[in-house]
Write a protein that binds this ligand. Structure first.
Ligand SMILES: NC(=O)C1=CN([C@@H]2O[C@H](COP(=O)(O)OP(=O)(O)OC[C@H]3O[C@@H](n4cnc5c(N)ncnc54)[C@H](O)[C@@H]3O)[C@@H](O)[C@H]2O)C=CC1
Ligand SMILES: O=C(O)[C@@H]1CCC=N1
Length: 279
């Protein structure tokens, strides 16, 4: 069991994970400790909403934690690592949810052989529905990975992957909910254009997403097979999908996911360059 989990960075991803862990009763509020950079309001928000412990004293936040979760933006990682490296205790697992930044970079900047594990969750963690990919760095053994898995299982499903795959996975399931919301926005606009009551449209759209996701999960049928079952020859679905094809929508979505993965590589390579100049 965990005694304490600490967050360095108190933004939306930290909040999503905290909400999920508390909702599952994985930890009590006072077993979660959070620190942030300058944004005091963010810290206050988390303290007021979730009664977690917080401090601007990084040593205090990190002390006694089983897991220290790094949850700042990639641009802030170097400063953050330098500010905490003096406080990391032996056997503490350092978990990074940052897009692109490698475990090697984190180990080099920390200057420690601490076990570093990367996790790529998504914001559905807020309601216990994240899809989290997990990869261990060179100092992380199976036991460390299992512990991190245990934590992230409280906020959804987990999959242990090779670190090299995390770039593509970040573009797929880390950013993934945003693509679904983008699609939902388009459906809302189409309903509005058709003069459908906003509340009615919202409910219909949400249930359409939930139902389709449940169909994929429950029937385990291929998406293309499920789609064909809806598509009557010469019917409405065919007319709709043909329009999607006219706009090359599938190509656009594939390019979108690849581009997001490529951005993760780009973010990561900037950090690789910096760490190797330090060696
Ligand atoms: N938002 C998302 O859907 C997902 C985000 N991520 C990753 O999570 C990380 C955080 O993303 P968000 O929570 O969306 O960002 P955010 O901007 O909401 O939060 C980042 C927080 O880190 C704090 N911070 C900056 N420098 C710091 C330092 N030196 N020490 C302590 N705290 C510091 C900032 O004050 C801010 O509150 C990013 O690296 C992102 O790649 C991963 C998966 C999904
Ligand atoms: O947009 C980003 O960079 C982060 C990583 C995955 C989701 N959000």
């Amino acid at each position: 069991m965990f005694k304490k989990v600490s967050f360095v960075g108190a933004g939306s991803m930290a909040e999503a994970i905290i909400t999920g862990m508390l909702a599952k009763g994985f930890l009590k509020s006072n077993e979660i400790s959070v620190t942030n950079k300058e944004n005091k309001e963010r810290l206050e928000r988390l303290v007021n909403l979730y009664q977690v412990d917080s401090s601007s004293d990084r040593g205090k936040v990190i002390k006694g934690a089983d897991i220290v979760i790094l949850s700042m933006k990639p641009k802030d990682i170097k400063d953050a690592l330098h500010a905490i490296k003096g406080y990391i205790e032996p056997n503490q697992i350092v978990v990074s949810v940052l897009a692109g930044v490698s475990t090697d970079y984190i180990s080099v900047e920390l200057g420690l052989n601490a076990p570093v594990v990367r996790a790529m969750p998504n914001t559905s963690a807020t309601i216990g529905c994240s899809a989290t990919a997990i990869a261990g760095g060179k100092y992380a053994n199976n036991e460390h990975i299992e512990k991190v898995k245990e934590l992230f299982q409280t906020i959804g499903t987990t999959a242990v992957v090779d670190e090299a795959d995390l770039h593509a996975i970040t573009g797929l399931s880390g950013s993934g909910p945003a693509y679904i919301y983008y699609f939902a926005e388009a459906m809302e606009q189409a309903a509005k254009d058709a003069g459908i009551n906003e509340e009615v449209a919202k409910e219909l759209i949400i249930q359409t997403f939930v139902g389709a996701a449940q169909m994929l999960k429950t029937t385990k049928e291929e998406p293309a097979v499920l789609r064909k079952k809806i598509t009557s020859p010469g019917g409405t679905t065919q007319a709709g999908v043909e329009t999607l094809e006219k706009y090359k929508s599938q190509e656009a979505l594939i390019a979108c996911i690849k581009q997001a993965g490529a951005r993760s590589v780009e973010l990561g390579s900037a950090f690789q360059a910096r760490s190797s100049t330090l060696k």
